[in-house]
Design a binder for this molecule. Structure first.
Ligand code: HEM
Length: 561
């Protein structure tokens, strides 16, 4: 019996099925089969998920309603929920299984692995902006590019940036003069400064040759993060089909245009320099800020101890190799990218742009947040700021000389304050991975199923009372050597850890030490708001929703403009 006789209504007058009829005729069984396959393929995941604790769900939506409201509300609600259910918590957003991990032993299993390196599907929202750059890519492409890029943030390269870190920090001090005595948002200044520092160091182009200000770029990035955050939390904005019909999509296109126009110009400028045989940064440093005039020799064999540039044994990564090979010539990031692209085999032009976009974003917004939280902490904890200032006075007296690398090694208390800031307010509050294989946890009798999205809650791990007694108190002594010695390595992971750790970790620490010490050599920070007034907002990067309001008072004579 033919299909046409069985269902005469589907047949044309000639008795032959029309293409539309065949489509609908096949669609229903295809959907039924797909649904059956989907159910069976998820059976294993559902069984394993069933055993993991989590808040009650509603049909179809799961826990999606928890993600309604403003960003600070969502942050507070999800954070509080996570306190109720222990160190392994599951949540369903529709059919999507998310598992939050906060036991450092479990976190180690995921982050130290060379297998679980795939980023969660949410990172795809970054694609129109960052393409397949280091933050998002995976597999062979990520491995090859990581191998290429990691050495460009080697300590020997970073030491060559010190004069530029100093010159740019001096510029910030001068710009801040107009804010003295007033309450203002220091994040604006930190964003602009961190963009300009990146341009002049890793990218090697003078900020003066850019017709677009670092501030415009930073503001575009901030608004872009707002849109990405909306897509993460508002589940109806996730499908491209729906998102593209909203006004957010148009706003996103405009912002990406602003962002990409800066990165395109930077690459063009660098290529022109490269063709002229110019290597290294073209940014200029005033003679009085050149550290060669002051450097109290730190030999290339000096053991770089402390938390800034080294890592505790259990966290060693590809950034920790060969730090003692002072003679080996290494190139800065964009110089190396351009050179490596000459034959187009290792990296092509489009890939360079993706990596430049990635480094520009990861390298500025994180440190802008970190430095703004640090200044807020100094403003609130005057007694702690006194100790930082005392240390700086012991190192520099009342000289205006630039900070040398050796000086940064002496800034031990400032370093502890910085670490404590990154503990309480980690700029990257969560890390998300997509599991391809089941993973057995050590903290309890749970197995994470393949296909689940794993969320590592740095912001919560850093406040576990069993690891940090009195976790909500800003206490730089948490980073005294005797306290860190017995702590699980994965209990402090502001820069993530393992093979996908932050490639700019040492860059960030060196830059922050020079930037923040220069500011505190000139100003004292004050804050009328206390930590209990902070409205934390985790839109990709952790921020204060109300802005980073502080006041500055001159400490001593200001440096000459
Ligand atoms: C305080 C400052 C910083 C913090 C707290 C921070 C934190 C992090 C974290 C947590 C990750 C892992 C993200 C994830 O897996 O989703 C990461 C990755 C990354 N960071 Fe940073 N970062 C900082 C500064 C920088 C700087 C200055 C640069 C570059 C100049 C940079 C470049 C990168 C890159 C390229 C990745 C991706 C690495 C990979 O997947 O192989 N970061 N960062």
């Amino acid at each position: 019996m033919s299909a046409a006789t069985a269902t005469p209504d589907l047949a044309t007058p000639t008795g032959i099925l029309s293409p539309t009829s065949i489509f609908y005729f096949l669609l229903v069984p295809a959907l039924v089969l797909w649904y059956a396959y989907w159910k069976i393929s998820r059976k294993h995941m559902l069984e394993l998920a069933e055993k993991i604790p989590g808040p009650p769900t509603v049909p179809i939506l799961g826990n999606a309603l928890e993600f309604l409201g403003t960003s600070p509300d969502i942050f507070k609600r999800v954070y509080e929920k996570s306190l109720v259910y222990g160190s392994t918590v599951k949540m369903w957003v529709g059919p999507k299984l998310m598992i939050f991990l906060t036991d450092p032993r479990d976190v180690e299993i995921i982050l130290s692995s060379h297998v679980h390196i795939d980023k969660a599907s949410e990172y795809r929202f970054f694609k129109p902006w960052l393409g397949d750059g280091l933050l998002i890519s995976t597999g062979q492409k990520w491995r090859a590019h990581r191998k290429l890029i990691a050495p460009t943030f080697h300590l020997n390269v970073l030491k060559s940036f010190i004069d530029l870190f100093n010159a740019n920090s001096r510029d910030v001090v001068n710009k801040l003069k107009k804010e003295v005595g007033k309450e203002f948002d220091c994040h604006d200044y930190m964003s602009e400064a961190t963009v300009e520092i990146l341009l002049e160091t890793a990218m090697g182009v003078s900020k003066k040759t850019q017709d677009q200000s670092g501030y415009d770029y930073a503001m575009a990035v901030m608004k872009m993060c707002d849109i990405l955050h909306l897509r993460h939390t508002k589940f109806w904005l996730r499908p491209d089909l729906i998102f593209n019909m909203t006004s957010y999509a148009k706003a996103q296109d405009k912002l990406i245009n602003t962002i990409h126009s800066l990165t395109r110009k930077v690459i063009k400028r660098k290529r022109e320099d490269f063709d002229k045989g110019i290597r290294g940064s073209t940014a200029e440093v005033p003679e009085e800020l050149k550290t060669k005039n002051y450097e109290n020799k730190v030999s290339s064999k000096t053991v770089v101890e402390g938390l800034s540039y080294g890592q505790s044994a259990g966290l060693k990564d590809d950034l920790d190799v060969d730090d003692d090979i002072g003679e080996k010539k290494r190139m800065a990031f964009l110089d190396l990218m351009i050179e490596a692209s000459q034959n187009g085999v290792v990296i092509n032009d489009e890939e360079i742009k993706e990596q430049v976009d990635t480094i520009m974003f990861e390298g500025h917004d994180t440190t802008a947040a970190g430095s703004s939280f640090f200044l807020s902490m100094m403003g609130i904890h005057q007694d702690i700021q006194d100790k930082v200032i005392q240390e700086l006075d012991e190192i520099f007296g009342d000289s205006d000389r630039p900070a040398t690398f050796a000086d940064t090694l002496e800034m031990k208390y400032l370093e502890r304050c910085l670490m404590e800031t990154l503990r309480m307010y980690p700029p990257v509050p969560i890390i998300a991975r997509q599991l391809r294989q089941d993973v057995k946890l050590v903290s309890g009798d749970y197995t994470l199923p393949a296909g689940a999205t794993i969320i590592i809650g740095t912001v919560k791990i850093h406040r576990l009372p069993e690891i940090y007694p009195n976790p909500d108190k800003f206490d730089p002594d948490n980073f005294l050597p005797e306290r860190t010695a017995n702590r699980h390595y994965y209990a402090f992971i502001p820069f993530s850890a393992g093979p996908r750790s932050c490639v700019g970790r040492k860059y960030a620490m060196l830059k922050l030490k020079i930037l923040l010490s220069t500011i505190l050599r000139n100003y004292r920070a004050q804050s009328d708001l206390l930590e209990k007034d902070f409205k934390l907002q985790a839109d990709i990067i952790l921020k204060r929703a109300e802005g980073f309001k502080i006041r500055l008072e001159p400490r001593k004579r200001l440096v000459k403009a």
